[in-house]
Design a protein around this ligand. Sequence first.
Ligand SMILES: [Zn+2]
Length: 216
Amino acid sequence: MCQHSHDNPDIQQLFENNEQWVKQINEETPGFFQSLSHLQTPEYLWIGCSDSRVPANELVKMDPGTIFVHRNIANLVNSSDMNVLSVIQYAVEVLKVKHIIVNGHYGCGGVEASFNESNPDLIDHWIRPIRKYLQRSKESFKHLSHEEQANKLCEINVEEQVRNICHIPAVRNAWRKGQALSVHGFIYDIHDGKLHNLTETVDNIADADQTLFDRK
Ligand SMILES: [Zn+2]
């Protein structure tokens, strides 16, 4: 196995960038890495899409150490996904984050795929929840253009994931114990780089259960 990446300029670039990044941070904030190496105390859990155009820390201009991040195709929170459930439980019970953010984005390929019939098998399986939201919205989508439908479905998808988070035991237990924890739904516009607050903030069980948050 080769441990050197000098032969591959695409990969070598990453190491060169890393060296520059370390140098820049050490110049701007001496001791930054030493202080971070002791522990992480992020206040935010970010659940976003894997899309390369939607980088978590960068678009909210936050330093390493401030956001605990989970990303998957179409920012889904599925109650049978051990990965996202573990991330949420660790973030809430151990790191004690104050905010959980679901960040969707317009132009999401995962959401778009729910309009298509010819996806790779696993993708099709993964986005099944979104296909359900699409089926449910067919009547209200009738008069919209495809782009409008896709944008609306991106928003519905975020709302649904916020709702899913409100039903996760680790989140509800935290609220029962009086732990400060808010759940937010954001949407990012890849056309102009702007982030928008999409949903009502939910910070207790009563709000999570109230009709306002029931399906429209
Ligand atoms: Zn996406």
